[in-house]
Design a protein around this ligand. Structure first.
Ligand SMILES: [Fe+2]
Length: 159
């Protein structure tokens, strides 16, 4: 099996400096999160044994849960005013990810979702909702340059 079977592009989920938000703890987790999802994608793309696919998926899912919790805790501690919206986005994504991990989703659908939903969601979420928080946080830290209250893009996130 190759990385381009069925026209699937598994190479779209790539960490780059364009994803850096300037919040060290969150940036480091995003880097690790992407690496874990990439490991799962690789297991699928390379046709590795089912146990390896499940193992890498379980690792990505566990990290997703702890990352969401950590990120939400930071937002809560900082008094982020859009926390509820952010939690809602995490919850919708979590429901999909958890469905994969529970074995309720057929393998074909897992593969398609990997190729489309997860990379798209991760990149968009980091670059929009998480970046919005980073901008707000910097505005709080430097009140002379407040974060722009407009420009929320939550409705653009595919779910
Ligand atoms: Fe987030």
């Amino acid at each position: 099996m190759t990385a381009t079977d069925a026209g699937v592009d598994y190479g779209r989920l790539i960490w780059s400096d364009d994803l850096v938000l300037g919040v060290a703890a969150i940036d480091e987790q995003h880097r690790e999160w992407i690496a874990l999802v990439q490991a799962f994608q690789r297991a699928v793309a390379e046709g590795q044994p089912a146990e390896e696919m499940r193992r890498t998926l379980a690792a990505a899912v566990a990290y997703t849960e702890s990352h969401f919790a950590d990120e939400q805790r930071v937002m809560e501690e900082e008094g982020y005013p859009f926390l509820d919206d952010h939690i809602g986005q995490h919850r919708l994504a979590w429901d999909r990810v958890h469905a994969f991990a529970s074995g309720e989703v057929p393998d074909d659908e897992v593969r398609n979702s990997l190729a489309e939903f997860l990379p798209q969601w991760l990149m968009l979420h980091i670059n929009t909702a998480d970046r919005q928080f980073a901008r707000w946080l910097k505005g709080v830290a430097a009140p002379c340059a407040p974060a722009e209250p407009a420009g929320r893009v939550f409705g653009d996130i595919p779910l």
